[in-house]
Ligand binder design. Structure first.
Ligand code: UDP
Length: 330
Protein backbone atom coordinates (compact mmCIF):
# COMPACT_ATOMS: atom_id res chain seq x y z
CA UNK A 1 0.00 0.00 0.00
CA UNK A 2 0.92 3.64 -0.35
CA UNK A 3 0.42 5.74 2.78
CA UNK A 4 0.45 9.47 3.29
CA UNK A 5 1.81 10.16 6.77
CA UNK A 6 0.86 13.67 7.87
CA UNK A 7 3.28 14.83 10.55
CA UNK A 8 5.58 11.93 9.63
CA UNK A 9 8.81 13.78 10.48
CA UNK A 10 8.02 13.98 14.21
CA UNK A 11 8.86 11.59 17.03
CA UNK A 12 5.99 9.09 16.70
CA UNK A 13 5.50 9.82 13.00
CA UNK A 14 9.08 8.96 12.04
CA UNK A 15 8.99 5.67 13.97
CA UNK A 16 5.70 4.84 12.24
CA UNK A 17 7.15 5.64 8.80
CA UNK A 18 9.92 3.18 9.56
CA UNK A 19 7.56 0.41 10.70
CA UNK A 20 5.23 0.96 7.72
CA UNK A 21 8.19 0.54 5.37
CA UNK A 22 9.37 -2.52 7.27
CA UNK A 23 5.88 -3.99 6.68
CA UNK A 24 6.35 -3.45 2.93
CA UNK A 25 4.36 -0.24 2.39
CA UNK A 26 5.50 2.88 0.57
CA UNK A 27 5.26 6.25 2.28
CA UNK A 28 4.86 9.92 1.40
CA UNK A 29 5.32 12.32 4.32
CA UNK A 30 3.39 15.61 4.53
CA UNK A 31 4.96 17.79 7.24
CA UNK A 32 5.55 21.51 7.78
CA UNK A 33 8.76 20.68 9.74
CA UNK A 34 7.71 23.09 12.50
CA UNK A 35 8.87 20.53 15.04
CA UNK A 36 9.73 17.51 12.89
CA UNK A 37 13.11 16.68 11.38
CA UNK A 38 13.76 15.72 7.76
CA UNK A 39 16.81 13.77 9.05
CA UNK A 40 14.42 11.43 10.88
CA UNK A 41 13.10 10.12 7.55
CA UNK A 42 14.66 7.14 5.81
CA UNK A 43 16.00 7.27 2.24
CA UNK A 44 13.33 6.81 -0.37
CA UNK A 45 10.55 8.61 1.46
CA UNK A 46 9.12 11.59 -0.42
CA UNK A 47 8.68 14.67 1.79
CA UNK A 48 6.00 17.21 0.91
CA UNK A 49 6.90 20.22 3.04
CA UNK A 50 3.58 22.00 3.48
CA UNK A 51 1.05 23.02 6.10
CA UNK A 52 -2.39 21.58 6.83
CA UNK A 53 -3.66 25.14 7.25
CA UNK A 54 -3.06 25.55 3.52
CA UNK A 55 -6.06 23.48 2.36
CA UNK A 56 -5.07 23.69 -1.32
CA UNK A 57 -1.70 22.07 -0.68
CA UNK A 58 -3.34 19.17 1.21
CA UNK A 59 -5.67 18.49 -1.69
CA UNK A 60 -2.87 18.84 -4.21
CA UNK A 61 -0.72 16.33 -2.29
CA UNK A 62 -3.56 13.79 -2.14
CA UNK A 63 -4.19 14.20 -5.86
CA UNK A 64 -0.52 14.04 -6.79
CA UNK A 65 0.40 11.01 -4.68
CA UNK A 66 -2.88 9.03 -4.69
CA UNK A 67 -2.35 7.30 -1.32
CA UNK A 68 -4.45 4.31 -0.22
CA UNK A 69 -4.74 5.61 3.37
CA UNK A 70 -3.71 8.56 5.53
CA UNK A 71 -2.10 8.48 8.97
CA UNK A 72 -2.50 11.82 10.75
CA UNK A 73 -0.03 12.88 13.48
CA UNK A 74 0.35 16.60 12.75
CA UNK A 75 -0.43 18.61 15.87
CA UNK A 76 0.94 20.95 18.50
CA UNK A 77 1.31 18.83 21.63
CA UNK A 78 2.28 20.90 24.67
CA UNK A 79 -0.35 21.00 27.39
CA UNK A 80 1.03 24.10 29.16
CA UNK A 81 1.50 26.07 25.93
CA UNK A 82 -2.05 25.18 24.84
CA UNK A 83 -3.40 26.96 27.92
CA UNK A 84 -1.36 30.10 27.15
CA UNK A 85 -2.01 30.15 23.38
CA UNK A 86 -5.39 28.45 22.85
CA UNK A 87 -6.03 30.14 19.50
CA UNK A 88 -2.88 28.64 18.03
CA UNK A 89 -3.89 25.18 19.26
CA UNK A 90 -7.48 25.32 18.03
CA UNK A 91 -6.37 26.69 14.65
CA UNK A 92 -3.49 24.32 14.11
CA UNK A 93 -4.99 21.11 15.52
CA UNK A 94 -8.70 21.52 14.78
CA UNK A 95 -8.75 23.64 11.61
CA UNK A 96 -5.73 21.78 10.25
CA UNK A 97 -7.47 18.43 10.82
CA UNK A 98 -10.69 19.76 9.31
CA UNK A 99 -8.81 20.74 6.13
CA UNK A 100 -7.38 17.24 5.95
CA UNK A 101 -10.75 15.53 6.48
CA UNK A 102 -12.46 17.77 3.95
CA UNK A 103 -9.74 17.11 1.37
CA UNK A 104 -9.85 13.35 1.96
CA UNK A 105 -13.62 13.08 1.43
CA UNK A 106 -13.52 15.42 -1.57
CA UNK A 107 -10.69 13.58 -3.32
CA UNK A 108 -10.39 9.88 -2.46
CA UNK A 109 -12.38 8.96 0.68
CA UNK A 110 -9.52 6.74 1.83
CA UNK A 111 -9.21 5.41 5.40
CA UNK A 112 -7.71 7.62 8.09
CA UNK A 113 -5.77 6.69 11.24
CA UNK A 114 -5.68 9.49 13.81
CA UNK A 115 -3.27 10.15 16.71
CA UNK A 116 -5.27 10.91 19.79
CA UNK A 117 -4.34 10.88 23.43
CA UNK A 118 -5.30 9.72 26.90
CA UNK A 119 -5.59 13.45 27.66
CA UNK A 120 -9.12 13.27 26.19
CA UNK A 121 -10.20 11.49 29.40
CA UNK A 122 -8.91 14.10 31.85
CA UNK A 123 -8.93 13.12 35.51
CA UNK A 124 -10.89 9.93 35.91
CA UNK A 125 -11.50 7.46 38.69
CA UNK A 126 -11.32 4.59 36.23
CA UNK A 127 -8.24 2.40 36.72
CA UNK A 128 -7.45 1.12 34.19
CA UNK A 129 -9.24 3.45 31.74
CA UNK A 130 -11.50 1.82 29.13
CA UNK A 131 -12.28 3.54 25.82
CA UNK A 132 -15.84 4.28 26.92
CA UNK A 133 -14.79 6.17 30.07
CA UNK A 134 -16.23 9.70 30.29
CA UNK A 135 -14.18 12.31 28.44
CA UNK A 136 -13.48 15.60 30.20
CA UNK A 137 -10.20 16.94 28.83
CA UNK A 138 -8.56 19.40 31.18
CA UNK A 139 -6.38 21.23 28.68
CA UNK A 140 -6.94 22.99 25.40
CA UNK A 141 -4.57 20.41 23.89
CA UNK A 142 -6.82 17.53 25.04
CA UNK A 143 -9.87 19.47 23.90
CA UNK A 144 -8.45 19.89 20.37
CA UNK A 145 -7.88 16.13 20.16
CA UNK A 146 -11.42 15.37 21.35
CA UNK A 147 -12.87 17.89 18.88
CA UNK A 148 -10.94 16.23 16.07
CA UNK A 149 -12.17 12.78 17.18
CA UNK A 150 -15.74 14.12 17.01
CA UNK A 151 -15.19 15.59 13.55
CA UNK A 152 -13.80 12.29 12.28
CA UNK A 153 -16.81 10.44 13.64
CA UNK A 154 -19.19 12.93 11.95
CA UNK A 155 -17.36 12.51 8.61
CA UNK A 156 -17.69 8.75 9.02
CA UNK A 157 -21.45 9.01 9.55
CA UNK A 158 -22.03 11.58 6.82
CA UNK A 159 -19.49 10.53 4.17
CA UNK A 160 -18.60 6.93 5.01
CA UNK A 161 -15.00 7.84 5.93
CA UNK A 162 -13.35 4.71 7.41
CA UNK A 163 -11.24 5.56 10.49
CA UNK A 164 -9.31 4.28 13.47
CA UNK A 165 -8.51 6.59 16.37
CA UNK A 166 -5.58 5.59 18.61
CA UNK A 167 -5.42 7.15 22.08
CA UNK A 168 -1.83 7.07 23.27
CA UNK A 169 -0.72 6.84 26.87
CA UNK A 170 2.91 7.80 27.80
CA UNK A 171 4.96 7.28 24.67
CA UNK A 172 8.63 6.63 25.35
CA UNK A 173 11.84 5.01 24.14
CA UNK A 174 13.46 5.10 20.71
CA UNK A 175 14.13 2.78 17.80
CA UNK A 176 16.65 0.13 18.88
CA UNK A 177 20.00 1.14 17.43
CA UNK A 178 19.51 4.73 18.53
CA UNK A 179 19.43 6.53 15.17
CA UNK A 180 16.02 8.20 15.66
CA UNK A 181 14.29 9.23 18.87
CA UNK A 182 12.57 11.94 20.87
CA UNK A 183 13.82 15.47 20.08
CA UNK A 184 11.17 17.99 21.11
CA UNK A 185 12.39 21.57 21.45
CA UNK A 186 10.65 21.85 24.83
CA UNK A 187 11.50 18.91 27.06
CA UNK A 188 9.03 17.84 29.74
CA UNK A 189 8.86 14.04 29.52
CA UNK A 190 10.21 12.07 32.44
CA UNK A 191 12.39 9.49 30.65
CA UNK A 192 13.89 12.01 28.21
CA UNK A 193 14.69 14.46 31.03
CA UNK A 194 16.23 11.69 33.12
CA UNK A 195 18.47 10.59 30.24
CA UNK A 196 19.59 14.18 29.59
CA UNK A 197 20.28 14.60 33.30
CA UNK A 198 22.38 11.42 33.26
CA UNK A 199 24.33 13.00 30.39
CA UNK A 200 25.10 15.99 32.62
CA UNK A 201 22.90 18.46 30.73
CA UNK A 202 20.86 19.11 33.86
CA UNK A 203 21.87 19.04 37.48
CA UNK A 204 19.13 16.89 39.04
CA UNK A 205 15.74 15.30 38.62
CA UNK A 206 12.72 16.78 40.31
CA UNK A 207 10.05 14.37 41.49
CA UNK A 208 6.76 16.24 41.18
CA UNK A 209 4.97 15.11 44.34
CA UNK A 210 5.55 12.15 46.66
CA UNK A 211 2.25 12.36 48.53
CA UNK A 212 -0.02 10.78 45.92
CA UNK A 213 -2.27 7.86 46.93
CA UNK A 214 0.02 5.30 45.22
CA UNK A 215 2.30 2.65 46.81
CA UNK A 216 5.45 4.84 46.75
CA UNK A 217 3.64 8.20 46.74
CA UNK A 218 4.64 9.15 43.16
CA UNK A 219 2.44 9.21 40.04
CA UNK A 220 1.89 6.08 37.98
CA UNK A 221 1.85 6.17 34.16
CA UNK A 222 1.50 3.57 31.40
CA UNK A 223 4.72 3.86 29.34
CA UNK A 224 4.24 2.50 25.83
CA UNK A 225 7.31 2.08 23.63
CA UNK A 226 7.27 4.22 20.50
CA UNK A 227 8.04 1.27 18.23
CA UNK A 228 5.15 -0.75 19.66
CA UNK A 229 2.95 2.29 19.15
CA UNK A 230 4.20 2.55 15.56
CA UNK A 231 3.26 -1.11 15.05
CA UNK A 232 -0.25 -0.30 16.32
CA UNK A 233 -0.56 2.16 13.40
CA UNK A 234 0.52 -0.52 10.93
CA UNK A 235 -2.17 -2.86 12.32
CA UNK A 236 -4.77 -0.07 12.14
CA UNK A 237 -3.97 0.85 8.52
CA UNK A 238 -4.03 -2.79 7.45
CA UNK A 239 -7.33 -3.49 9.27
CA UNK A 240 -8.97 -0.53 7.54
CA UNK A 241 -7.54 -1.27 4.10
CA UNK A 242 -8.63 -4.91 4.21
CA UNK A 243 -12.16 -3.85 5.16
CA UNK A 244 -11.96 -5.80 8.47
CA UNK A 245 -12.60 -2.54 10.30
CA UNK A 246 -14.68 0.46 9.29
CA UNK A 247 -14.43 2.53 12.44
CA UNK A 248 -12.86 2.05 15.85
CA UNK A 249 -11.25 3.79 18.79
CA UNK A 250 -8.47 2.13 20.76
CA UNK A 251 -6.32 2.89 23.76
CA UNK A 252 -2.66 2.13 23.16
CA UNK A 253 -0.80 1.27 26.34
CA UNK A 254 0.63 -1.77 28.11
CA UNK A 255 -2.23 -1.98 30.59
CA UNK A 256 0.07 -1.59 33.58
CA UNK A 257 1.95 1.35 34.96
CA UNK A 258 5.20 2.38 36.62
CA UNK A 259 5.74 5.08 39.25
CA UNK A 260 8.07 8.05 38.82
CA UNK A 261 10.46 6.42 41.33
CA UNK A 262 10.41 3.12 39.43
CA UNK A 263 11.25 4.97 36.20
CA UNK A 264 14.16 6.83 37.84
CA UNK A 265 15.44 3.57 39.38
CA UNK A 266 15.37 2.00 35.89
CA UNK A 267 17.29 4.98 34.43
CA UNK A 268 19.91 4.69 37.21
CA UNK A 269 20.30 0.97 36.51
CA UNK A 270 20.55 1.35 32.73
CA UNK A 271 22.93 4.33 32.68
CA UNK A 272 24.99 3.33 35.70
CA UNK A 273 24.93 7.02 36.69
CA UNK A 274 22.63 7.46 39.70
CA UNK A 275 20.70 10.72 39.41
CA UNK A 276 20.40 13.33 42.12
CA UNK A 277 16.70 13.51 43.00
CA UNK A 278 14.79 16.28 44.68
CA UNK A 279 11.20 16.22 45.84
CA UNK A 280 9.24 19.14 44.33
CA UNK A 281 5.59 20.16 44.69
CA UNK A 282 2.96 18.39 42.62
CA UNK A 283 2.72 19.55 38.99
CA UNK A 284 -0.67 21.10 38.22
CA UNK A 285 -3.07 18.78 36.46
CA UNK A 286 -1.21 15.49 37.14
CA UNK A 287 -3.66 12.71 38.06
CA UNK A 288 -2.18 10.07 40.41
CA UNK A 289 -2.64 7.12 38.07
CA UNK A 290 -3.18 6.90 34.30
CA UNK A 291 -3.19 3.35 33.01
CA UNK A 292 -4.82 2.06 29.82
CA UNK A 293 -7.33 -0.71 29.62
CA UNK A 294 -5.65 -2.06 26.49
CA UNK A 295 -7.73 -5.19 25.94
CA UNK A 296 -9.66 -3.89 22.95
CA UNK A 297 -6.66 -3.30 20.67
CA UNK A 298 -5.16 -6.67 21.65
CA UNK A 299 -8.40 -8.51 20.89
CA UNK A 300 -9.55 -6.65 17.80
CA UNK A 301 -6.30 -5.65 16.05
CA UNK A 302 -3.95 -8.33 17.43
CA UNK A 303 -1.69 -5.76 19.11
CA UNK A 304 1.27 -7.51 20.73
CA UNK A 305 3.71 -5.07 22.34
CA UNK A 306 7.34 -6.24 22.47
CA UNK A 307 8.71 -3.73 24.99
CA UNK A 308 7.06 -4.70 28.25
CA UNK A 309 10.14 -4.39 30.45
CA UNK A 310 10.76 -0.87 31.78
CA UNK A 311 14.55 -1.22 31.62
CA UNK A 312 14.35 -2.25 27.95
CA UNK A 313 12.24 0.83 27.19
CA UNK A 314 14.71 3.06 29.03
CA UNK A 315 17.68 1.34 27.36
CA UNK A 316 16.46 2.35 23.88
CA UNK A 317 15.89 5.96 25.02
CA UNK A 318 19.38 6.00 26.57
CA UNK A 319 21.02 4.66 23.34
CA UNK A 320 19.39 7.48 21.37
CA UNK A 321 20.20 10.32 23.79
CA UNK A 322 23.74 9.13 24.43
CA UNK A 323 24.49 9.00 20.70
CA UNK A 324 22.53 12.24 19.97
CA UNK A 325 22.95 14.44 23.06
CA UNK A 326 21.60 17.43 21.10
CA UNK A 327 18.95 15.54 19.16
CA UNK A 328 19.18 15.90 15.40
CA UNK A 329 21.26 19.11 15.69
CA UNK A 330 24.70 17.63 16.04
N1 UDP B 1 7.61 13.98 36.25
C1 UDP B 1 8.47 14.25 37.32
N2 UDP B 1 9.61 14.98 37.05
C2 UDP B 1 9.91 15.47 35.81
C3 UDP B 1 9.02 15.18 34.73
C4 UDP B 1 7.89 14.44 34.99
O1 UDP B 1 8.23 13.86 38.45
O2 UDP B 1 10.94 16.13 35.66
C5 UDP B 1 6.41 13.19 36.50
C6 UDP B 1 5.12 13.89 36.13
O3 UDP B 1 4.66 14.70 37.18
C7 UDP B 1 4.20 12.70 35.82
C8 UDP B 1 5.15 11.64 35.26
O4 UDP B 1 6.46 12.05 35.67
O5 UDP B 1 3.64 12.21 37.02
C9 UDP B 1 5.12 11.56 33.74
O6 UDP B 1 5.25 12.87 33.23
P1 UDP B 1 5.51 13.16 31.68
O7 UDP B 1 5.67 14.65 31.54
O8 UDP B 1 6.61 12.30 31.18
O9 UDP B 1 4.18 12.67 30.95
P2 UDP B 1 2.64 13.04 31.18
O10 UDP B 1 2.11 11.96 32.07
O11 UDP B 1 2.56 14.40 31.79
O12 UDP B 1 2.07 12.96 29.81
Amino acid sequence: MKLMVVGGAGYIGSHTVRQLRAAGHSVVVFDNLSSGHAQALPEGVTLVQADLLDAASVKAALEAHQPDAVVHFAALIEVGESMRAPGRYYRNNVVGSLNLLQSVVETRKIPLVFSSTAAVYGTTDAVPIPEDAPMHPESVYGETKLMTENMIHAFHVAHGLPYIILRYFNVSGAAPGGDIGEAHPNKTHLIELACLTALGQREKMMIFGEDYPTPDGTCIRDYIHVQDLADAHVLAVEALASGRQEAGTYNVGLGHGFSVREVLDAVDAVTGRPLTREIAPRRAGDPPRLVADAHRIVQELGFNPQFTDLKEIVRTAWEWHRSHPHGFDQ
